[in-house]
Design a protein around this ligand. Structure first.
Ligand code: 3HC
Length: 697
């Protein structure tokens, strides 16, 4: 009989156990198994009620996403769910872990639901570019009420068992073991003769859409704000609205057409790609599960500047005691005061309460003596970006850190191997590159030096998980993966201004692509002087034949450092942060263009898009062929979490495959002919384009 869904009888209750590790996804075999076992229980005279439960860590966490690219196979999940309506015996879903998507829809098809106290239920489909396709949009509003249902469906966020109970999704919370609790619940239903609850039946109090116009508009707004440019939350809302104006069967029929369109959309393909890319990034090809991370029970941070403070907060928020070390008492006091202000701001924004603030702040202590770092299992250096300064720090650290402590640098572009040579233990040295603000941004670039030990790298990846970040491995090169692949986009953005585009035009093209801010607005925010200093530090190695960022230099020479100076690529009102177009920039650009012999012209949005995007893709390809990135999808994960690139576009390498590598290559060659050697196509890209290959598929 069916191996994947078990069948046992206990006191006139059939227990159907779904066993499809790791998350009991509702793939074809599972759906078939459920149908087989349910029919067996229906036909079994010794059975009065059915309990559906998941083996292992969870009730089904959804449809099997890997099957989405294959032709749908019967029985469809909707048929499985709808079958429950016509079963005369009571069916109880016993939920633990995460009943998500199709898992919750299956549970909603059951007549009753019980859950463990720590279970979570949700409909996260919008995050995959689809909406609940097995009647979740029809049944949940009937069970939980329209507002609660829309909140769960549009946000995609799961709720805990207690909230699910308040919403009416869960009938009872089972303390202790779930299975005996669910059995007892089912037996009581039999004994009491409790009528079955069929969630496809109309619910009192839910009227036509017109009666809910305000609620529906509120969720349309939410969808626009939280998922800018993304289609699926809107489709989910339309599906719910259909359910208000049509009988169940008609609404479900309309859903089938809408669901198919979503499933086959490029947004859904990109979002599903992002889902797996993120999980893949957590796996390092040559560091298996057998390599245990080192134990980290306390940490040190060197430097109480912007980065150091953010890192300290991120560590303390995860429960780690942290010591922040500064060079002098004054700098330390100033840094600690700023750090306290950051926590203060979290309280005033309602993110945490006073007690949490006090608890987290108490985990952070300051010191001006490196000796205190002797106790730390992990030290993260976040000092000034100067190789000599960093080498000095690591030499000192070498003298005080305990054996086996991981010594990390937060440098954003320097040579980790050079820093490691300042110690007698290069195996313990890694890069942990945070993004600003470090306590908020989810990306953590874990940089592996030539000598970094596998378990030191595993420790960095484990730290990312522990601090709710997405850790992605990078090799050593100037700027590592994220910043290095983004730099050409910024470079082209400034070249385009030299050639005649305005900062607002360039930024708009990129925000229209879905980026939260354009590259020039970002430069103004972070300060144009940051990359100016970096260009100066690289001046000796600059290729004289390659085009150079003269305009960006000129902006800095004129003191146009961005928001902090009140002017950069845009002008800002006194103390303001809202960018205003500035004619002076055009004049400066025209002057620099004249000096460089660049003819200014009208520039199309298409050219801006292609120049910015393809420059980044070409660099991504070089990063990949050099082995700095283990896979193309790692580059994309960095863009999603480091730069807020729209998830529904997958990432730059995914876009490259979507456009087609031969097309990208021919554009690169065309740009090379006009703009010179910075556009040399990556040999890997050339090879893949010639062989019909791709980066991500
Ligand atoms: N289908 C296929 N594989 C899945 C899956 C799914 N729905 N959910 C998780 N997996 C896989 C992951 O890819 C991963 O595989 P790997 O070990 O080979 O990398 C493995 O299961 C474990 O997943 P995580 O590493 O994410 O484990 P966590 O414990 O961190 O998280 C989870 C578990 C919360 C269930 C998380 O995996 C998750 O959010 N999964 C997706 C849930 C989801 O979106 N469900 C809706 C699916 S669409 C749907 O149901 C359509 C329906 O309406 C018709």
């Amino acid at each position: 009989m069916n191996e994947i869904v078990g069948y046992e009888i206990e006191g006139r209750v059939a227990v159907l156990t779904i066993d499809n590790p790791p998350v009991n996804a509702l793939g074809h075999a599972v759906r078939e198994g459920i149908v087989t076992r349910v029919e067996q229980a229906v036909a079994d005279d010794g059975v009065d009620a059915i309990v559906l439960i998941g083996a292992g860590r969870t009730f089904p966490a959804g449809a099997d996403i890997r099957e989405f690219d294959q032709p749908a196979r019967e029985p469809h999940l909707l048929v499985v769910v709808d079958r429950m309506d016509t079963i005369e015996k009571a069916v109880v879903a016993a939920i633990h872990g995460t009943a998500l998507g199709g898992g919750l829809e299956l549970a909603l098809g059951c007549h009753f639901r019980v859950a463990s106290p720590d279970a979570r239920v949700g409909l996260p489909e919008v995050n995959l570019g689809i909406f609940p396709g097995a009647a979740g949009t029809q049944r949940l509003p009937r069970v939980a009420g329209l507002d609660n249902a829309l909140e769960m469906i549009v946000s995609g966020k799961p709720v805990g068992a207690v909230t699910a109970h308040d919403y009416g999704i869960v009938d009872a919370i089972v303390e202790g073991d779930l299975r005996p609790g669910a059995l007892a619940f089912a037996q009581k239903i039999i004994a009491d003769g409790t009528p079955r609850r069929i969630s496809s039946e109309p619910r009192d109090g839910i009227g036509a859409p017109e009666a809910h116009a305000e609620t529906i508009d509120r969720y349309r707004d939410l969808a626009n704000r939280r998922f800018r440019g993304q289609e699926s939350p809107h489709q989910a809302i339309e599906s719910v609205v259909d359910g208000l104006r049509m009988p169940y069967d008609e609404a479900v029929a309309a859903d089938r057409v809408r669901f198919e369109a979503c499933k086959t959309s490029s947004q859904s393909a990109a979002l599903r790609y992002a889902f797996f890319a993120e999980r893949e990034a957590a796996k390092i090809p040559d560091i298996g599960k057998d390599v245990a991370p080192r134990a980290v029970k306390s940490a040190g941070v060197i430097g109480a500047g912007t980065m150091g403070r953010g890192i300290a907060i991120s560590l303390a928020d995860s429960g780690l005691p942290v010591t922040v070390v500064e060079t002098g008492q004054e700098a330390l006091d100033a840094g600690m005061a700023e750090l306290a202000k950051l926590y203060e701001a979290m309280v005033s924004r309602g993110r945490i309460d006073e007690a949490t603030k006090a608890e987290r702040l108490a985990r952070i202590t300051g010191a001006i003596d490196y000796g205190v770092l002797g106790e730390a299992d992990l030290v993260i250096e976040a000092a000034f970006e100067d190789l000599d300064v960093k080498k000095d720090i690591f030499q000192t650290l070498d003298g005080v850190a305990k054996p086996g402590a991981v010594l990390a640098t937060n440098t954003s572009y320097m040579d980790i191997d050079a820093i490691a040579t300042a110690t007698s233990r290069p195996r313990d040295v890694i890069g942990l590159h945070y993004f600003v603000p470090a306590n908020v941004m989810r990306l953590l670039e874990v940089v592996r030096g030539d000598e970094s030990a596998p378990d030191a790298i595993a420790t960095g990846m484990a730290l990312a998980r522990r601090t709710n970040k997405v850790g992605v491995l990078a090799g050593v090169c100037h700027g590592f993966i994220a910043n290095r692949s983004r730099l050409p986009l910024v470079r082209e953005a400034t070249f385009l201004i030299e050639e005649g585009a305005s900062p607002a035009q360039v930024d708009k093209v990129l925000t229209d692509l879905g980026m939260p801010l354009g590259p020039l607005a970002v430069s103004d925010l972070s300060g144009l002087d940051v990359s100016w200093r970096m260009r100066q530090s690289l001046a000796a190695d600059r290729d004289p034949e390659a085009r150079y960022m003269h305009l960006a230099d000129r902006m800095c020479e004129l003191g146009r450092f961005g928001i902090k100076a009140g002017r950069g690529w845009y002008a800002y009102e006194e103390g303001g942060r809202h960018p205003q177009p500035d004619e002076e920039v055009e004049a400066i650009a025209a002057a620099v263009a004249g000096e460089q012999g660049i003819e200014r012209r009208e520039i199309s949005d298409d050219e801006i898009r292609a120049r910015c995007l393809y420059a980044a893709i070409n660099e991504g390809a070089k990063i990949l062929e050099e082995g700095v990135a283990a896979r193309a999808s790692d580059i994309d994960v960095m863009w999603l979490y480091g730069f807020g690139f729209p998830r529904w576009r997958g990432g730059i390498m995914f876009i490259a495959d979507e456009i087609g590598l031969p097309e990208i290559l021919s554009q690169l060659r065309a740009f090379e002919a006009v703009h010179g050697k910075l556009w040399n196509p990556s040999p890997l890209l050339e090879r893949l384009a010639a062989d019909g290959g791709s980066f991500t598929r």
